[in-house]
Design a protein around this ligand. Structure first.
Ligand code: COA
Length: 405
């Protein structure tokens, strides 16, 4: 992670607030309806809608992945923020479905964007990941160590679904959302956050994969779950979710010195409409204070909050100076809430031709990648040939010496 840079002047010397200044989303075109699902597992549109509120979800195509969806969302967010990739200090991708265990999906996106001055890493906190990641980015900005950050929540849940398990495969979908955070001395932005975990619920929701516990690649995890497929104890997760939404939203508001009546909108993790109704009852608020688009996308894990945020902005549900709350919950168990005072401060120098410069950065990134990969290949080939020659020379000398004797 780059701290303050000498060659690019900081945007504002006394910046202490971290504002969300850009946002973008990207979902696959392919739609999977409840009726389509009824042809795969024993279920029905009525059951799914009644128990979850979901009507359809998006499924990634063959050429789509967590990184490609994340990249598109990121490009849109940079466009709204009027920021160049080179101005980014940090990229965090919150995901449970990364391209690989390592290298990180964030590094891939960093390269594709041409964000050559940014640090990049993936963050694993399941469906709470986006709120965790925004908190990490905001704290780095508020400490003065960085000026701007890109936070992406991106998932291809369809790739880790057990399509024979009707208790999980009806719930999840694919997609990505991203925000750009930037330092400003205008009061507002991220006001408070509460991050929590309860690892005693480790076994309630997860995707077993090859980890340091495995000495060989097993067929099933130690507790009998299918490898690389999601498993969940739906009932327990439901109870946990309703409890922690109420608890952590209240705690985050307390920390920000606000009350429920000061909140214009809650943008929650989109898991299940019934969870939100139940949380609304327990918070003693109308259910429509919760932004909900779970009917069209299902549960997109770490991507669900930024996708819902983008749609709330599109629908005009968030205005300047509104207090909004993000709340996420999921595997770990983890949960997190955050209060944000909305408002995109004006930055002094809006530079001309930003869109063209961004496009050029993506174009340049492609050629930079090719050039670097080629130069690595050439260096590797040359270094392989050289020691071979050296060895041959030594061998010949030995043979010559033994002939002399
Ligand atoms: N279609 C039809 N019937 C189904 C079904 C499906 N997709 N899934 C389960 N059922 C059946 C069960 O087999 C059970 O039948 P039985 O009574 O004959 O045994 C019945 O419906 C009730 O099952 P249950 O698991 O108690 O249903 P539920 O009301 O708890 O709903 C969930 C199941 C998964 C929708 C619900 O528990 C839930 O949403 N949990 C939270 C999940 C979540 O949000 N996870 C992500 C958090 S990040």
């Amino acid at each position: 992670m780059v701290t303050r840079k000498n060659d690019i002047p900081p945007f504002q010397e006394n910046a202490i607030y971290a504002h969300i200044v850009g946002w973008g989303m990207s979902v696959p075109e392919q739609v999977l309806t409840n009726h389509d699902l009824a042809a795969i597992v024993e279920t029905s549109d009525e059951w799914i809608q009644a128990r979850t509120g979901i009507k359809e979800r998006r499924i990634a195509g063959e050429n789509e992945s967590t990184a490609t969806l994340g990249l598109k969302a990121a490009q849109k967010a940079l466009e709204v923020a009027e920021l160049l990739p080179i101005e980014l200090d940090l990229i965090i991708v919150a995901t449970s479905t990364p391209e690989n265990i390592f290298p990180s999906t964030a590094s891939l996106i960093q390269d594709w964007l041409g964000a050559v001055r940014a640090g990049a890493f993936d963050l694993s906190a399941a469906c709470s990941g986006f709120v965790y990641a925004v908190n990490m980015a905001a704290q780095s900005i508020r400490s003065g160590s960085i000026q701007s950050a890109l936070v992406i929540g991106s998932e291809t849940m369809s790739r880790v679904m057990d399509w024979q398990d009707r208790g999980t495969c009806i719930l999840f979908g694919d997609g990505a959302g991203a925000v750009v955070l930037r330092a400003s001395d205008v009061e507002g932005g991220v006001l408070s956050s509460v991050l929590r975990s309860d690892g005693s619920g480790w076994d309630l929701l997860g995707i077993p994969t090859v980890g340091s516990m495995d000495v060989h690649i097993p067929e099933a995890s130690p507790n009998g779950h299918k490898m690389h497929k999601m498993h969940m104890n739906g009932g327990e997760v439901f109870k946990f979710a309703t409890r922690v939404i109420t608890e952590s939203v209240t705690q985050a508001l307390d920390l920000a010195g606000l009350e429920m009546s000061d909140v214009a909108l809650i943008v929650p993790h989109q898991a299940n409409a019934r969870i939100l109704h139940s949380a609304a009852r327990s918070l003693k608020v109308e259910a429509d204070i919760f932004m909900s688009n779970v009917d069209r996308y299902g549960n997109t894990s770490a991507a669900s909050i930024p996708i819902a945020l983008c749609e709330a902005i599109q629908q005009g549900r968030i205005q300047q100076d509104d207090n909004i709350v993000f709340v996420g919950f999921g595997g770990g168990l983890t949960w997190a809430s955050m209060v944000v005072k909305w408002g995109t401060p004006e930055y002094a120098a809006r530079r001309a031709l930003y869109q063209q410069r961004r496009e050029f950065s993506y174009f340049l990134a492609r050629w930079r990648r090719r050039a670097l990969q080629w130069s690595r290949r050439i260096t590797e080939t040359v270094s392989r040939i050289r020691p071979e020659r050296g060895r041959m020379r030594r061998l010949r000398r030995k043979i010559d010496q033994s002939n002399l004797r």
